[in-house]
Design a protein around this ligand. Structure first.
Ligand code: GDP
Length: 725
């Protein structure tokens, strides 16, 4: 059976008009996993009985245990619609916003997003997040409203109430969609009449849509009656969920031939008139190979598996391909597809328009562009949030150390929102990620899947340092006193910081383009013309003119500044949002006297002095928090936010629950999940989402700086110049 399906997939691979690349995206617990299992069972990939129990998409053991989907796992299946068989490549996306990076990457590889919303809960914060990710990548949405059985059995709703409830959900989703689309975009709102909305029960495996109701003659009244009379098996047989949803997918999501012409300009900023651009837009299977990696997985036998989308050419065993961001080429060892979570190697190549699983790409990481010709890589994938929390991990047994190091390197490759570092002083390994749960999942995975017992430290929040005003021009002097740099610092505008974070400004883009992007973000023309270097979200502007030897020394100046920005003057935390202006410099005639040992400390000193003069402050990461609770627990739940230096912004009724929305510092949110559980006797559901950095209140600055310095083994007293704190 499996072999037959593989053969059919291979046949369909060459017919891009019959291919649909899709993702399922949902708020946690709304039923994405159950729906995915339905689709796989419907396509004959897993048995009907095991659907819902097998959790075929959750391949990592810890995901099955926790019942949440973490890694983007991928499957291909076939489905007949309109008398033609279709190849449907499904990319799974994680449901928790702690894993936002994975969701964005998955969206890059697909053309349609099936958004699952629980009929009782309605659109939730992560519904909004995943929708935004889809629309920003130019991915078309369709809606599946799940758990309709609950409206019938738990809420005892009649046909009219039910219809009203479903329309409310659709309206909410459409309001979100319309708010997110830019004017030039298409109208991608969803509607029952168009057939871009389906609803049903993933648990009981039935579903309906306008076209399916017309075809089967099933009415709302029939559904209610059959649910109430426990005739669910019959309901499933008469209107199987997988058919209804896969029909919707085949009919309403674009195939690669329709999608790539508009998606390529959106996600790739190379020359739009080049041959390569044409090949990608035209899904040219005989052209140059362009493969975008969205995920790296590990196979105990085959090693690293790069999953991604082929945009042009045909990727084949034996090809030597460039990997963006690295110098050499990698040789493709095998190509294949995913079937029910398992990889199936193919003897043939995988052509443009398909999702492929490729081994041999040793240097690729999630986000890499792999190609047969050197090319501009796909725009760097935007990560919605930077790491905000760090934890140390140590192997309990020294014998496990090499294996631990290897595993950590692997983890960093699979998930670019994770950072792994070694603390040079203590030798301990530090992993940084999106939140407490994110790190917990990673360490569980190391312990359980790799069998390495580890000790972990307390989670530590990552801070930033940022200038608060404009500094005067200050001097940095080299140890031999023969080299001097004169610089000032001022805060960058939020628009410019946003543009940097969106990847619109980078060091390696053409100068003219960068100048335009800077001006568009609000930088004045003269300043933008003197752009010299970008460090994180900080920019160096070189306002000097005709200083001898400066050009050849600039690299060292940049190195010194980079050190100063990586370790800010307050607590050696990274500096963000600073515009550095180099006004003047004195350099020794003789190269020997302006080497690294002289220039680097001088540049570093200049930056730190200017930052201090700009009244640099510690910034702390904050999170948006939303709690849903029965009203009797409202007081204790909102107390959990307020007691954490947080702020409640809004409280309102939604359905039978109260919703509390607010913000709180990430540091104070450590331990929140168990506290809220006991405060509400487990009746609350909650979400957090990283919301950037904000200045730590003045009366905590000195204390917090002291704490961080102590932890880092730095001396306690601050430079007297920092007395403004
Ligand atoms: P995910 O987190 O979005 O992957 O959600 P799951 O598929 O794991 O489902 C979360 C919970 O909701 C599980 O306990 C499911 O059994 C349950 N569930 C999923 N679909 C339905 C449904 O249609 N009706 C009901 N009553 N429960 C459902």
């Amino acid at each position: 059976r499996r072999k037959k399906i593989v053969q059919e997939c291979e046949r369909l691979m060459d017919k891009p008009e019959n291919i649909r690349n899709i993702a399922i995206a949902a708020h946690v617990d709304h039923g994405k996993t159950t729906l995915s299992d339905n689709l796989l069972a419907g396509a004959g990939m897993i048995s009907d009985e095991t659907a819902g129990q097998q959790l075929a998409m959750d391949t990592e053991e810890d995901e099955q245990e926790r019942g949440i989907t973490i890694d983007a796992a991928n499957v291909s299946m076939t489905h007949e619609w309109n008398d033609k068989n279709h190849l449907i490549n499904l990319i799974d996306t994680p449901g928790h916003v702690d894993f936002g990076g994975d969701v964005t990457r998955a969206m890059r590889a697909v053309d349609g997003a099936l958004v699952v919303v629980d009929a009782v809960e309605g659109a939730m914060p992560q519904t909004e997040t995943v929708l935004r990710q889809a629309l920003r990548e130019g991915v078309k949405p369709a809606l599946f409203i799940n758990k309709v059985d609950r409206l019938i059995n738990e809420l005892q709703e009649g046909p009219e109430e039910m219809q009203r409830r479903l329309l409310d959900v659709i309206d909410d989703v459409n309001e979100l969609i319309r708010g997110m689309l830019e004017e030039e975009d298409y109208d991608w709102s969803v509607s029952v009449e168009d057939g871009t909305v389906a609803f049903g029960s993933a648990l009981y495996k039935w579903g309906v849509s306008m076209p399916s109701m017309e075809e089967t003659g099933i009415s709302f009244g029939d559904i209610i009656e059959m649910e109430r009379n426990d005739e669910r098996q019959e309901l499933h047989e008469r209107t199987p969920l997988s058919d209804v949803v896969l029909d919707m997918v085949a009919e309403h999501f674009p195939n690669p031939l329709q999608a790539q012409p508009s998606r390529v300009p959106r996600i790739w900023r190379g020359d739009a008139e080049s041959d390569l651009a044409h090949q990608m837009r035209d899904v040219e299977d005989e052209g140059d190979v362009v493969f975008m990696v969205t995920d790296i997985g590990m196979d105990p036998h085959a090693g690293e598996i790069a999953t991604g989308r082929v945009f042009s050419g045909t990727i084949k065993k034996g090809q030597e391909l460039f990997v963006s961001g690295t110098a050499g080429k990698n040789r493709v060892q095998s190509v294949g597809i995913f079937m029910g979570g398992e990889r199936e190697e193919l003897d043939r190549g995988v052509p443009a328009g398909n999702i492929a699983a490729v081994t041999g790409l040793r240097d690729a990481i999630a986000g890499s562009t792999v190609s047969s010709v050197e090319m501009t890589p796909f725009e760097s994938i935007e990560h919605i949030s930077e790491p905000v929390i760090t934890k140390s991990v140590e192997a309990k047994s020294m014998d496990d150390l090499p294996k631990l190091i290897q595993t950590l390197q692997q983890v960093a490759k699979e998930d670019p929102t994770i950072r792994v570092e070694i603390n040079e002083d203590t030798g301990e390994h530090l992993i940084s990620g999106q939140g407490e749960l994110h790190l917990e999942v990673i360490t569980t995975r190391i312990e359980k899947n790799q069998g390495i017992p580890v000790k972990t430290g307390e989670p530590i929040v990552v801070y930033r340092e940022a200038p608060q005003g404009a500094s005067r021009e200050v001097e940095g002097v080299s140890p031999n006193r023969h080299n001097k740099f004169y610089i000032s610092v001022e805060p960058l505008s939020q628009d410019i910081v946003d543009a940097i974070q969106l990847g619109e400004i980078s060091n390696d883009m053409p100068e003219l383009e960068r100048r335009e992007a800077l001006q568009e973000a609000g930088m004045d023309k003269d300043t933008s013309q003197n752009f010299e270097h970008l460090f994180g979200t900080n920019i160096l502007i070189d306002d000097t003119k005709g200083i001898q030897h400066l050009n050849e020394t600039m690299e060292l100046v940049i190195e010194g500044m980079e050190e100063a920005l990586n370790d800010g003057p307050l607590a050696a935390e990274p500096v963000q949002g600073a515009l550095l202006r180099l006004h003047d410099a004195r350099l020794h005639e003789d190269t020997i006297h302006r080497g690294p040992a002289q220039v680097i400390p001088a540049a570093r000193e200049a930056v730190h002095r200017a930052l201090i003069d700009s009244e640099v402050r510690l910034m702390e990461p904050i999170q948006d928090v939303r709690i849903d609770v029965p009203s009797e627990y409202m007081g204790s739940a909102s107390g959990e936010i307020q007691g954490r230096r947080g702020r409640v912004d809004d409280m309102f009724q939604e359905g039978d629950l109260m919703v509390i929305e607010g913000i709180a510092p990430v540091e104070e949110m450590i331990g929140f999940s168990s506290d809220i559980r006991s405060a509400t006797e487990g009746r609350a559901s909650w979400n957090t989402e990283n919301a950037g950095f904000r200045v730590l209140v003045d009366n905590l600055q000195r204390e917090k700086i002291g704490e961080i310095r102590e932890r880092k083994g730095m001396k306690q007293e601050l430079s007297p110049a920092i007395d403004y704190i």
